[in-house]
Design a protein around this ligand. Sequence first.
Ligand code: SER
Length: 345
Amino acid sequence: MGHGLLSALHGARGRNASIIALDVRELAPDIRAHCDQAFIGDICDHPLLERLLAMYEIQEIYHLAALLSTRGEFAPETAHQVNVGGTLNLLHLAAEQARSHGRTVKFFFPSSIAVYGMPDLATKRASGSVREDQFCEPHTMYGCNKLAGEHLGRYYAHHYRKLAKDRIEHPVDFRSIRFPGIISAETMPSGGTSDYGPEMIHAAAAGRAYCCFVRGDSRIPFMTMPEAIDSTLRLMAAPRPVLRRCVYNVASFSPRADDFARLVRLAFPSAEIEFEPDLGRQSIIDSWPECCDDSAARADWGWTQSHTLESAFSGYLLPRISSRYSNTAATAPAGRAKAADMLKK
Ligand code: SER
């Protein structure tokens, strides 16, 4: 998501704003071109963050670094260090910036549907859309970390150093969105549990067989990458007084895994897709809600989705993915155009 956000921020930034990127890997040249400075480093590296604090007058922080839910279950303590330790470091950086420049620092934190923990499948199916304050008992380390990040953000925004004589009020303007699974035509996720959606589409476009690790009837919310970026920019642009919460759900579409397979087969008739559930990853998906109630985001800062599942395929995924894999036999242009047309109808 960071890469898409960098180009959106580059397009939307004010004349005097600079973009400083920090990533554990070197950025690709086209992404690097959107930044004024790019550092290679880790959000757990204190001396590096101290240097950034000294070098720049930071007004907004977009904190996108995380180890996702599947990877986190193989190394829960490392996930905690990166996901919670890294968040704490950046919140501290924001608060120190606010102290030295006498101005609140805006902070964006991408939270996740992983903060929810439905007790069982029957409750998940009976509950439908869940509100922000329901079922917040995550089953994964990643979910626990995201929930902790939300609470830390709220603390830095409203209660930081409560007893200190020299405390400043509201050093951090913390804003967070609980994202569903995100599907990008450009980048492949890794280490997540919602990855089956994007993996199925990219595999078919590249002409590879795909074995889906959850049941066909698994349902969780998803959205496209442009919707995720649009929601981030909209929340960050909202005037502070209209925001009644620190953390908001957003929703777009909630397909079953076999709905993905149906549309993928329509677009790529030679696609080979099998379902072979992995019990562990299935249990994570079963613990996430089918749908999120985003009425607070709609009412407070005007969130609206751009897509249904069908329009996400016809208007975003198929045209872009096809050009990305244009050399493979699976992406015969005539078939794709026909599929995109059928989906539009
Ligand atoms: N996409 C994330 C994951 O699968 C959930 O936010 O871990």
